[in-house]
Design a binder for this molecule. Structure first.
Ligand code: NAD
Length: 507
């Protein structure tokens, strides 16, 4: 497939890399990094071998022995400085996120803002790695728990949030006293190098051990030591459910810990009382934002039969106003798909939907192909389905919104929870009873459940993650830090006697 070279893009990528501290020696190698904006190659990098990955684990393990003894608030200073550097280089890093992941400018900047936010959060957390004390049943005894670092954390990340997800993991893992080995998606190697270079600078300026972070850009095969090496205490893996199915049994086989953030198939229920103007905006952002390439993208709309035609008409009109194209253009709302395979997968799902009785009522076609033969821009699609058929149960990583109708809330909830994934959910309603049922034990079965906002665009303060095939992990805010630490329960006897618990007598 021919590509359209864009020298301005090459130049902006090189400028951003240099500004973030990526030196020419870090570039050049056997892996070509292409941009979804045009399809052109913007740089090349070296792919790490199995031995390189093992060596990175070794270095991180050695550094851990020093880092674990550094007081947590002092560890927080590294993350604080990283956040400052990310703030300073927000635009540079966003340029790289945009070039590699194809995000529109505000979303690329938003991704970096998320990194800055988690650094703030983790800095505070570095003074709040709280353990509890509990009343002991024995006189003269104290019962308490302490939280300790676990060791090397392996972070595997996906192309669509190429740097934010890494920072959620790393900011918390570092304040927890761990060291990190990061395997990003090779598709987003450049923003990974830039993120890593900024962290290296923060570490150096704070006088922390240089090996507490390791970057290994590589393919799944060469990443094997991250899964298999017992020195990697936790593998935090973000990506497809297919990837999670490969990774988790390998880590479990050696009794390692894993934290999985996998695919979603997120739905909104729209009830008769919903504010349709608000619902429309919430649905459009969640279904179309990032060209449907978020794990939290809204893929299913379950609408009460009395309002479905009206809502669908409004959605078709809203979709008609979307600007699709070069994400660097401020007016653009929908950038490219990541690659041709993604476009093909979208077309295959639309064909399957038609075969299962669905009707594509808007979108689905490739656009701008003549001007951009190497890029895959698509019109976001809306498909009315007679029922929640097989294709609706799968995650297609592209902007397809399947619309189904319901007549009772119980029926809507049953449809909502019938898919194998369990990441994010929404209800649009003005009826407090419906909202509370949706959030109750018999409501949404997802890790994230919202009222009157869409399924995507989470803040870092809450725990992020989902149930079922989404993997069960939680990252980012709330008490997600506990996943990166081990808990020890301590009993201290200052009684001078040796009373046994449960009244047991011995000797
Ligand atoms: P992917 O599964 O193809 O790749 C994700 C990462 O896993 C990449 O770094 C890849 O190289 C690596 N990988 C794949 N197989 C591996 C193996 N056997 N061993 C080691 N590493 C392996 O996913 P993608 O296309 O990059 O991203 C899109 C997917 O990620 C979607 O399914 C999306 O829903 C999911 N995702 C989930 C979340 C979440 O928080 N739940 C966030 C972002 C993306």
């Amino acid at each position: 497939m021919p590509i359209t070279a864009d020298p301005a893009l090459d130049e902006s990528v090189q400028t951003a890399l240099t500004a973030c501290g990526v030196t020419p020696s870090m570039l050049g190698g056997d892996h070509e990094v292409t941009t979804p904006l045009t399809g052109q190659t913007v740089a090349s990098v070296n792919m790490a071998s199995v031995d390189d990955v093992s060596a990175a684990i070794e270095r991180a393990d050695v550094a851990f022995r020093t880092w674990r003894d550094v007081p947590a608030p002092e560890r927080g200073q590294v993350v604080k400085r990283w956040g400052e550097l990310l703030t300073e280089h927000k635009v540079d890093l966003a340029v790289l996120v945009q070039a590699e992941a194809g995000k529109v400018t505000s979303e690329a900047l938003g991704e970096v803002q998320e990194m800055i936010d988690i650094c703030d959060f983790a800095l505070g957390q570095s003074r709040m790695l709280y353990g509890r004390t509990m009343p002991s049943e024995r006189p003269g005894h104290r019962l308490m728990e302490t939280w300790h670092p676990i060791g090397v954390v392996g972070v595997i990340s996906a192309f669509n949030f190429p740097v934010a997800v890494y920072s959620w993991n790393t900011a918390l893992a570092l304040v927890a006293g761990n060291t990190v080995v990061w395997k990003p998606s090779p598709a987003t190697a450049l923003c990974s190098l830039a993120t890593d270079a900024l962290l290296a600078r923060a570490i150096a300026e704070c006088g922390a051990p240089s090996d507490i972070h390791q970057l290994v850009i590589t393919n799944p095969e060469s990443a094997a030591p991250i899964l298999d090496d017992p020195r990697v205490a936790l593998v935090s893996a973000t990506g497809s459910t297919r990837m999670g199915k490969e990774v988790s049994p390998r880590v479990a086989a050696r009794f390692g810990r894993y934290l999985l953030e996998l695919g979603g198939n997120n739905a909104a229920i729209v009830t008769p009382s919903a504010d349709l103007d608000l619902a429309l905006r919430g649905i459009a952002f969640a279904a179309v934002g990032t060209a449907g390439q978020r794990c939290t993208t809204m893929r299913r709309l379950i609408v009460h039969e009395s309002i479905a035609d009206d809502l669908v008409e409004r959605l078709i009109s809203a979709y008609g106003t979307l600007t699709i194209g070069d994400p660097r253009d401020e007016k653009t709302l929908v950038g490219p798909l990541i690659n041709e395979a993604s476009f093909t997968a979208m077309q295959d799902s639309l064909d399957q939907a038609r075969a299962e009785g669905g009707k594509v009522i808007t979108g689905g076609r490739r656009v701008l192909a003549d001007e951009n033969p190497g890029a895959y821009f698509v019109e976001p699609a809306i498909v009315r389905m007679p029922r929640q058929s097989q294709v609706v149960h799968t995650e297609t990583f592209a902007p397809i919104l399947y619309v189904m109708t319901y007549s009772s809330l119980d029926e809507a909830l049953e449809m909502h929870n019938a898919v194998p994934q369990g990441l994010s959910a929404s209800i649009f309603t003005q009826d407090i009873t419906e909202a509370e049922i949706f959030l109750s034990a018999r409501g949404s079965d997802c890790g994230i459940s919202n009222v009157n906002i869409g399924t995507s665009g989470a803040e870092i303060g809450g725990a992020f993650g989902g149930e079922k095939e989404t993997g069960g992990g939680r990252e980012s805010g709330s008490d997600a830090w506990k996943a990166y630490m081990r808990r020890a329960t301590n009993t201290i006897n200052y009684s001078g006697e040796l009373p046994l618990a449960q009244g047991v007598e011995f000797l």
